[in-house]
Ligand binder design. Structure first.
Ligand code: NAP
Ligand code: GLV
Ligand code: GLV
Length: 318
């Protein structure tokens, strides 16, 4: 099989892939240009791509022999899965291995927002610190407060389980009941509107789909407490970023922690100007161990498809 790989990956997985397939690797550390992608995919049977590669009908139709698209991510909103299914192309992803790393990062953001860690670090470096002060950098408690989880899947559940140590009340919204979350932290499933109005921290863990796009907009933000924080480590477009900027400027909510943005890698300059926002460059799964395991799974998906006719993790629906 001939495989196009759109980036060099951490660990040894690509070496293993090269033992089974003919690998055409995009060597640069910048995204493969679209015309190059379309040109180089023409004679390929498989594609190992990143979440930043838009794999739509035009890309798939350029490769008549393409049989599998292995996404180096759990999210697959960058791929037109409906078109892949229609074209008998299998799509695979890397669920599970990045759940804990992404949940850990979500907690790093929760703590950073509540205790103003990024702001306080900048201030401590500035040379303006005059000494311990009863009024310096007051923030909010995390312990014993209410955590609202939107999307109770793998990552949402892992975020909830970490709330135990902080003695938090956990509420969640999801289309189906999550028994594990309910038994782990006595989480209560409530409608989104109610979750927004009772939570001190609202954290988003839904995939980006037509239903979840702009799920959090002006109306939803207005339902949140003025002392509450919004955390997004899912996909940027789940939040209406313009509405979020307004809510932050008008102090409708206390702050936001964002690992993902609507138009990555561009970040609204108005967000950058706000002190009560923690801004990260999409690093949810970015640990050495996790990124290496993701590479193993992305490669195994292709090898398993070649040898057994199906990948380890097949995306079944759009
Ligand atoms: P998952 O296990 O599939 O969980 C997603 C959950 O969202 C599902 O349990 C689903 O439950 C719920 N959901 C789907 N549509 C919904 C809707 N319309 N309303 C309410 N809930 C809905 O996925 P995961 O592994 O936890 O990953 C979640 C997302 O995180 C990924 O899709 C990806 O975009 C993002 N992610 C980001 C990073 C990062 O680097 N920042 C890293 C990893 C993942 P129901 O079907 O019961 O509603
Ligand atoms: C990262 O954002 C992923 O979906 O794996
Ligand atoms: C703070 O450092 C304290 O001792 O309370």
């Amino acid at each position: 099989m001939k495989v196009l790989v759109t980036r060099r990956l951490p660990g040894d997985a690509l070496k293993k892939l090269a033992m089974h397939c003919e690998v055409d690797l995009w060597e640069k550390e910048t995204p493969i240009p679209r015309d190059t992608l379309i040109d180089r995919i023409r004679d390929k049977d498989a594609l190992l791509c990143l979440l930043t590669d838009k794999i739509d009908a035009e890309v798939m139709d350029a490769a008549p022999g393409l049989r599998i698209i292995s996404n180096y991510a759990v999210g697959y909103d960058n791929i037109d899965v409906m078109h892949a299914i229609k074209s008998s192309i299998v799509v695979s992803n890397t669920p599970g291995v990045l759940t804990d790393a992404t949940a850990d990062l979500t907690w790093a953001i929760i703590l950073s927002l509540a205790r103003r860690i990024v702001e306080a670090d900048r201030f401590a470096r500035s040379g303006n610190w005059q000494g311990w002060d009863p009024n310096l950098m007051l923030g909010y408690d995390v312990h014993s407060r209410t955590l609202g989880i939107v999307g109770a899947g793998r990552i949402g559940t892992a975020v909830a389980s970490r709330a135990r140590g902080f003695n938090m009340e956990v509420v969640y919204t999801s289309r189906s009941i999550n028994k594990k979350m309910e038994s782990l932290v006595k989480a209560r499933r409530i409608p989104l509107e109610e979750l927004l109005s009772v939570s001190d921290f609202v954290t988003l863990h839904v995939p980006l789909t037509p239903e979840t796009k702009h799920m959090i907009g002006q109306r939803e933000l207005s339902l949140m407490k003025s002392t509450a924080f919004l955390i997004n480590t899912s996909r940027g477009a789940v939040v209406d970023e313009v509405a979020l900027v307004h809510a932050l400027q008008n102090k409708t909510i206390a702050g936001a922690g964002l690992d993902v943005f609507e138009h990555e890698p561009s970040i609204s300059s108005r967000l950058i100007e706000l002190p009560n926002v923690v801004i990260l460059p999409h690093i949810g799964s970015a640990t050495h161990a996790t990124r290496s395991k993701m590479a193993d799974i992305a490669v195994e998906n292709i090898i398993s498809f070649m040898t057994r006719g199906r990948p380890l993790y097949e995306v079944k629906q759009a």
